[in-house]
Write a protein that binds this ligand. Structure first.
Ligand SMILES: NC(=O)c1ccc[n+]([C@@H]2O[C@H](COP(=O)([O-])OP(=O)(O)OC[C@H]3O[C@@H](n4cnc5c(N)ncnc54)[C@H](O)[C@@H]3O)[C@@H](O)[C@H]2O)c1
Length: 350
């Protein structure tokens, strides 16, 4: 039987959308047929660049005119919910960028709408793309580290200090809560929370401190620079482990460094997803435990979130990430904001 070709469109054709277009162009059984962006001319230029047949400036119009199976939502955070809900109303499957939404109630609405229509969903939690991440999660799930006791994770960037952030594309909305940003918490913390909960397990409670450091000016045009840019979170995991997860845009010397270390009573793992360096997984297991010795662990290739999404559409089976997981991570973000507002007290998760 011939495999059905999945017809896709992208909503929002800024920086990250280029990666979506590139990957959909490489994956079997799918075709990118349209794209749209509200900024005049942007979708047309994007379509030309990636050989996409049709470009629009209005998502509603695109969805009404094109024969589609699914969309990728790659707009700024605050437009994720309206764009995804529109696509769901049109009966389309949705891969949405992270964070799923700018708040928990929108995220829940998105998940409920997709579930009601039995649509397949995914969230681009891209640090799961690494074979090292997948292997780390397997090691923990198969009990290779024993009982998990202690976790430390970080996601560090330096763009507020290493260049002119005022000119960085997509930089200003990321610094402004009025533009739907939850700061470094919603931009990078979201990845770290997904990574830690994917590898170690769900959170039971967390305590979070968020800080917005001065940038010399309180606002630039319509952008009030009030979103947090450093976070430190203490986590209590449901499996009894404790850990710290932290993130900053002020981390001098770190263009994009992501790391997770997990310590159990029979072994440990050290996941290093520093980009663009090669991603690595090291383990301290078995006879190496007494010697405090670490070995690199080879990790077999695994599909990325885009391939998993397309395969899920072909097979009509839910992918590894879903809007339900997006909602769970969004609840960690919301609890972090509540904790930070109360001075960093522990908040229990539902
Ligand atoms: N998964 C990852 O690793 C990763 C990496 C980078 C960015 N992101 C996420 O991707 C999203 C986009 O980030 P970016 O850096 O590409 O931002 P960007 O500002 O570069 O691009 C966003 C684009 O969306 C357009 N847009 C805004 N509202 C729209 C709407 N209602 N309909 C259609 N187009 C609209 C803007 O004009 C812009 O062209 C964010 O949610 C961000 O968190 C994820």
């Amino acid at each position: 039987m011939k495999t059905k070709q999945i017809r896709l469109a992208i909503i929002g054709t800024g920086a990250v959308a280029g990666w979506h277009a590139l990957r959909y162009g490489q994956i079997k059984h799918c075709k990118l047929v349209a794209c749209c962006d509200t900024l005049p001319g942007r979708a047309a230029a994007f379509a030309k660049n990636y050989g996409i047949p049709a470009a629009y400036e209005d998502a509603e119009k695109m969805l009404a005119q094109e024969q589609l199976d699914a969309v990728s939502v790659a707009t700024p955070d605050r437009a994720h919910a309206p764009a995804a809900l529109l696509a769901i109303r049109h009966g389309l499957h949705v891969l949405c960028e992270k964070p799923l939404a700018s708040n928990l109630s929108s995220a829940r609405r998105m998940e409920a709408a997709a579930r009601k229509k039995k649509l397949l969903t995914a969230v681009n939690f891209s640090y799961r793309n690494s074979p090292a991440t997948q292997k780390a999660a397997q090691l923990v799930a198969h009990g290779k580290l024993g009982r998990i006791l202690h976790v430390e994770g970080s996601y560090l960037q330096s763009w507020l200090i290493s260049g002119d952030w005022r000119k960085r594309p997509g930089g200003l909305w990321r610094l402004s809560t009025r533009h739907g940003s939850n700061g470094v918490l919603g931009d990078l913390g979201v990845h770290l929370y997904d990574l830690a909960s994917f590898v170690v397990g769900d959170f039971a409670a967390l305590a979070c401190e968020l800080k917005t450091f001065g940038k010399g000016v309180p606002r630039i045009g319509e952008y009030v620079l009030d979103a947090n840019d450093s976070m430190v979170t203490s986590v209590r995991f449901r499996n009894g482990a404790i850990g710290t997860l932290h993130s900053s845009r002020w981390a001098t010397g770190h263009a994009n460094s992501v790391a997770l270390r997990v310590y159990g009573d029979q072994g440990a793992l050290d996941l290093n997803l520093d980009r663009p360096a090669p991603e690595t997984l090291r383990v301290c297991l078995g006879s190496s435990v007494a010697k405090n010795a670490w070995q690199p662990l080879p990790c077999p290739a695994t599909p990325d979130m885009f391939e998993r999404f397309v395969v899920s559409l072909v097979r009509r089976r839910q992918a590894q990430t879903s809007f339900a997981i997006g909602v769970k991570v969004q609840s960690y973000l919301e609890s972090s904001s509540i904790s930070a507002k109360k001075g960093g007290v522990f908040v229990r998760l539902p």
